[in-house]
Design a protein around this ligand. Structure first.
Ligand SMILES: *Cc1c(COP(=O)(O)O)cnc(C)c1O
Length: 356
């Protein structure tokens, strides 16, 4: 159990009046959680303080070699007025998987969940209530030694900030167009693709700009060796419904293990569907689409929950998926997961953590 010292702001900010204009990641709440790590001492000084700028040495290691990690989850305000988190223990576990890869010290799982719950509780009134809105939670850890040598830092800062977010789909679930990238790659096995860290995103920007210029909203990555097998979308995992079966790339060491991905697999299996985690080549998709067997494509991630794909572009090939609309499995998954998050659907796996 962390002993969290709470200092409340004396100057609360005005909360956004129009929840339809929140967008994503632009507005921050009144408070944040902080905790330091010092070698020999461990994690210490857990505290919730008014949201403010950091003061850091320009030599802080995070600025130079990118030793940092982050997580992303949301708090939802249910119709019953209760606040729910969705599977936060999974974020705690993934934090430690990322930390291990990046030589960041371990953070006890229960401390992670306690810290997230505590800061959300302090700023609970900031959770928006309009349909589809939520409070985005961004935990992250940065290396803070003032040192330009390349080595794991001996000090770290763990921080959690909160950002009220608008509905991902302003006017209901809508299909997106996806660009299969054939030049740049995101990650390779043995690298850091499986870790939730900024470096993967820095590596992705050039392709994202290309995709946007081409009129597509997201990039779908191919494997970094043969550029033949599907990996994942920018910040989402990817699923295909091929000839009645749900197929998704297996976790091969270069793909980020999404919590929404895991939830989709559990739900589809519980509905009696066949789910295959395996290699999926771009050729297989093109073939399936020609034969009318590529029935649905959708992304999965915390931000959008489920993102139906209407169109896939690979080099000169533009594939329309189904009728270009929202498939029935995509819709059912979206309704079920958001229902669990808002407390309106049955929660057979006990995924929602109700804060009291
Ligand atoms: C966070 C993330 C995902 C989605 O993970 P969720 O836990 O489902 O939100 C997928 N890919 C990448 C690269 C990510 O950073």
């Amino acid at each position: 159990m962390l002993d969290i010292k709470i200092t409340k702001t004396t100057a609360p900010k005005a909360r956004p009046a129009d929840e339809s204009k929140l967008g994503f990641g632009k507005v921050f709440t009144d408070h944040m959680f902080l905790m330091n790590y010092t070698e020999g001492q461990g994690w210490h000084d857990a505290r919730i303080v008014p949201y403010e700028n950091f003061s850091l040495s320009p030599a802080s290691m995070v600025f130079h070699y990118g030793q940092e990690m982050f997580e992303g989850l949301k708090a939802y305000r249910g119709k019953d007025g209760k606040t729910r988190l969705f599977r936060p223990i999974m974020n705690a576990r993934r934090t430690n998987a990322t930390n291990e890869r990046l030589c960041i010290p371990e953070l006890p799982e229960e401390d992670f969940v306690q810290a997230v719950s505590a800061v959300v509780k302090v700023d609970e009134d900031w959770i928006p209530t309009a349909p589809g809105t939520s409070l985005y939670i961004r935990p992250f850890i940065i290396a803070t030694d003032d040192f330009l040598g390349v080595a794991p830092s001996k000090t770290y800062l763990f921080c959690i900030i909160l950002s009220p977010s608008g509905a991902y789909y302003a006017s209901g679930l809508a299909p997106v167009g996806i660009w299969i990238e054939d030049e740049y790659v995101r990650a390779v096995r043995g690298g850091i693709g499986l870790a939730k860290t900024g470096g993967n995103y820095a590596a992705s920007l050039a392709a994202q700009v290309k995709a946007h210029d081409g009129g597509y909203s997201q990039v779908l990555w191919l494997d970094g060796v043969e550029r033949k097998y599907i990996e994942e979308v920018g910040a989402m995992n990817i699923f295909f419904k091929i000839d009645g079966k749900i197929v998704t790339p297996m976790l091969n060491g270069s793909i980020l293990p999404g919590i929404t991905r895991d939830s989709v697999i559990h739900l589809c299996k519980s509905w009696g569907m066949t789910v295959e985690e395996r290699k999926v080549s771009v050729d297989e998709l093109i073939e399936a689409q020609k034969n009318g067997k590529l029935e649905e494509v959708f992304g999965s991630g915390t931000a959008a929950v489920i993102s139906p794909v209407g169109k896939l572009r690979y080099m000169d090939d533009v594939m329309t998926i189904g009728d270009g609309g929202i498939g029935p499995v995509s819709q059912k998954l979206y309704d079920t997961v958001t229902g669990i998050q808002n407390g309106t659907a049955e929660d057979p796996f006990g995924w929602a953590l109700v804060l009291d």
